[in-house]
Ligand binder design. Sequence first.
Ligand code: PLP
Length: 507
Amino acid sequence: MFSIGFRDQAGSARPERYPLDPSREVFPVASNPLAPQWLSLPSDANELLPALWSYNTVRTDGEITVAGVGAAELAEQFGTPLYVVDEADVRSRAAETLAAFQRAFSGIGTTAKVYYAGKAFLSIEVARWMTEAGLNIDVCSGGELAVALAAGVDPGRLGFHGNNKSTAEIDRAVGVGIGAIVIDSLQEIDRVAGAARRHGRVQRVRLRVNSGVHAHTHEFLATAHEDQKFGIALDAAADAVAAIRSHESLEFLGLHCHIGSQIFGAEGFAESAGRLLTLHAELLASGNVPELNLGGGFGIAYTSSDDPTPIDELAGNIAQTVAAECARLAIPVPAVAFEPGRAIVGPSTFTLYTVGTTKPVAVSVTSTGVNVSDDAQDGVAIRTYVSIDGGMSDNARTALYGADYSVRIANRASVAEPALVRIAGKHCESGDIVVNADYLPGDVTPGDLVAVPATGAYCWSLSSNYNYLGRPPVIAVRDGVARVIVRGETEADLLARDAAFREGASA
Ligand SMILES: Cc1ncc(COP(=O)(O)O)c(C=O)c1O
């Protein structure tokens, strides 16, 4: 169903099973050619790098604990797989992110709002944590809107995105008094204006534009036009704003742009902000433009090789660019808004799994690590497949995007020599991989618990019932207390929507 491209140096290596041919050299673990270039052999395969784990996750007597609760106890109480959220971590990152932007932009004489991007992970509890930390919330579907409303969030603190909001979604959003709708197409202008008229409201709107800047991780691409579904091209935006302003039932707040995800540096934001402010200045000539929304996309560490810029520094750099561009254009600095999701919830969570099987696979590689052949000089590299009780249904990102993750044994520390592992799910799909490559102590064994960190964003929210696996529960841990914030799905849940299902019937 999904295609994946792993970054093995060994190319299309052909796996073999033990026992190994004793005449062939086995590459030592330190120079295993199957390890991707970015992955270095750790001096301690039990170490929890602080950048990858939530603030309150540590090892205590060998076991991974979060906010005082051990992995084994969590697994015992709630079963596995399990999303384990460090509640205090989420709350702190939300508050730190808001403070970072407010500090940076008050330094240039304006205000900053932060909308938490609910698509990263939204539940009623999470929505409450965000508003309690002073954030607003960005939703992008009627379902996300329903969750935010069920959490009691003041609708005035919500923003609504999406390239194809239905008329029913627009009507409901306007009807409940949503703070702002981000218009994404010309057709939507009339739809939102019509809904606002019907509800007797003046609806605040932003216009999503496509700045031609697309960023992913540390690289960004700047073009005149971007070939994608979101937003309106910069050169068509002035007409769209004029159309918005022609409706008495709409109030134009300003431009919006989101340049991508998992971005490590400020350069892409700076380039995009410059382009947007040029248009913003033009629009000021014909009316009010109080705000500028620069979207989300701030990156986090998933592996030891990821080095995202701290949010304080990013906020400061973006603020300096905005100040410089406004000075260049001789315009007042607008109020700004941002929409981070991943940077707030991503590092807060690990997914806990139980190991079911381990399978060392011998892969033939040439000494150059490129081809497979039976040449006498070939070596054999070992990769251990560690199969867990979840997979692409609880973390689709690896299969979907070729994302990299890390892994640690959670129930114990071990002094065994590290082995190169691949964490595989239990789905009927060879691309069902959760962690492409990491080192675990080589004695990892069935019954061990393993934890995959940084799964707080776009894992639960992208989860599925593929192969009729129930989605795992989400457990929040705080001050030594673990509680369910989203329960796991049961077999009854899985059958409930099947119209032919009759309770008590057997095959
Ligand atoms: C419009 C918009 N805003 C914000 C976000 C949040 O991005 P991130 O979670 O990477 O910060 C996204 C993500 O796709 C988005 O599309």
